[in-house]
Write a protein that binds this ligand. Structure first.
Ligand code: URP
Ligand code: ZN
Ligand code: ZN
Length: 469
């Protein structure tokens, strides 16, 4: 057997457990896993992983790059965003292709995919694909099958964002889930209850309230029931149609309870949370720069943080992603004291693995195997990318991240790849940054520095998607 590269001496996390082993690579694929491989093939290039952990590359399946949103465009594009991902051990990302519309006439689903392909081409350093957003049901419903055939088996609907022109109603969700059941595909839903949310925003949107509470109004107008009622409703549509449903960026303990109950009843629903909901809470909005932390849904209370970690160990929360949607301080300053005008979103690709490794594994909330399951294996399986991605096994892509078990770095936006001049974890110390990242057998991060070529990332075609079996 010809091996080009051998990662030797590390502790390798495989689907079967963690073992001391070498990983041999032939071309873009993992060719062998075992002991003593480095001595067997002296001519192969050697990558020393002694004293390190070797994990499958991370899949961040909820990312927005160069997204026109909230009156501006998110500041990480495919160049900076994928460099940031590489530094954080992310080797695959899934973005959202959104059809925009004017005067009731919307771009087609296919045009949206083409637009997102253009954003990625020539810039992406890691592999990528897109979820296809349905923003105008009456025009898009008969284009869904064509997109499945084109290699996009995951769709997305937003229950809010009327002013962006992205909002879906119950009819659209119900109809889309019927199609998902038929095509072996899956609907992702941003679940927040829009009419009640609008009502609460209107009640609080006075000069006096804004003067008094500032960015805290972002949390005050989004009590937990805004998310939980919407999740419950989407789950009902999944139950009656049999269509696979995936709740994105779940932020509440109540949401986790609903998902746990639904899964126990055999409803094909899966839930994702994001790194920020596992470590931040809404006390951030009382800080002088609290508006920077506005994302949608917003970070919640410490009891929600605890319940979401519990969901990761109990199993009802299957995936941790980031919902990366970066904005600079200047962009965030557009709020000028009115919380409804804050561009919503935070950077995350670069810190996903470090945050979950440091606060999850090193603080004994989850095991190393659970970390790999939630960041790599489960997202790959659910999104139709396994066994190619998400696992260290013979035949899979040689997407690997090598991390030191406890070497920490201080989070400083000035030294990061992310294109923002602030960071939600600024000043804290995190372990778990990639010493080495390999993407399809190629070293793209070496000694903590990004060395890969821009534009080398490939689009990944998929056929089916759905809950873990
Ligand atoms: O704040 C966020 N999440 N921005 C991106 C849009 C979304 O809802 O995912
Ligand atoms: Zn969302
Ligand atoms: Zn999002």
């Amino acid at each position: 057997m010809k091996y080009d590269k051998i990662v030797f001496g590390g502790l390798v996390v495989t689907p079967g457990g963690t073992i001391a082993a070498d990983v041999a690579i032939c071309g873009e694929k993992i060719a062998a896993i075992g002991s003593g491989l480095a001595e067997l093939v002296p001519e192969a290039e050697k990558i020393d992983a002694s004293g390190h952990l070797v994990l499958p590359g991370v899949l961040d399946v909820h990312v927005h790059l160069e997204l026109p949103f909230c009156g501006t465009t998110s500041s990480d594009d495919y160049r900076t965003g994928t460099r940031a991902g590489a530094r954080g051990g992310v080797t695959t990302l899934i973005d959202f292709a959104i059809p925009y519309g004017r005067d009731g006439k919307y771009e087609s689903l296919s045009q949206a995919a083409d637009n997102w392909h253009r954003k990625a081409e020539g810039k992406a350093m890691i592999d990528y694909t897109f979820h296809i957003c349905i923003t105008k049901w009456d025009q898009h419903f008969n284009q869904v099958k064509g997109m499945v055939d084109r290699g996009f088996p995951t769709f997305k609907e937003f229950m809010i964002y009327e002013s962006e022109g992205w909002q879906s109603d119950d009819r659209a969700m119900f109809g889309t889930l019927e199609l998902m059941a038929e095509y072996g595909s899956m609907l992702l839903v941003h679940a927040e209850s829009s009419r009640v949310l609008d009502e609460l925003i209107q009640r609080f949107h006075t000069p006096d309230m804004m003067q008094r509470y500032g960015a805290r109004l972002h949390a005050m107008t989004r009590p937990n029931f805004i998310e939980s009622e919407a999740i419950q409703r989407a789950v009902t549509w999944s139950e009656v149609t049999g269509g696979p449903l995936y709740i994105v960026h779940m932020s509440t303990g109540e949401g986790a309870d609903i998902i746990q109950d639904a899964q126990a009843r055999g409803i094909p629903v899966t839930a994702e949370t994001c790194a920020q909901y596992l470590v931040l809470d809404d006390s951030v909005f009382a800080e002088p720069d609290g508006h920077l932390f506005a994302c949608c849904p917003q970070v919640k209370k410490p009891k929600d943080v605890a319940r979401l970690w519990q969901g990761l160990t109990d199993g009802e929360v299957s995936v941790v992603s980031t919902d990366t949607c970066s904005f600079t301080r200047e962009q965030k300053a557009m709020w000028a004291g009115d919380w409804t005008k804050i561009p919503m979103g935070m950077p995350g690709l670069e810190t996903l693995l470090p945050v979950v490794y440091t606060h999850g594994v090193l603080e004994n909330r989850i095991t190393l195997e659970q970390l790999v399951e939630k960041l790599s294996t489960n997202p790959a399986r659910i999104m139709g990318l396994a066994p190619r991605k998400g696992m260290i096994q013979v035949g899979s892509d040689a997407d690997l991240v090598i991390i030191h078990p406890d070497r920490k770095f201080e989070i400083d936006p000035a030294t990061m790849e992310t294109n923002t001049d602030w960071n939600p974890y600024e000043g804290s110390e995190l372990a778990g940054f990639a010493r080495t990242t390999l993407s399809r057998g190629e070293v793209i991060v070496d000694n903590y520095r990004v060395v890969g070529k821009e534009g080398r990332g490939q689009w990944l075609a998929r056929t089916t998607a759905g809950p873990l079996k």
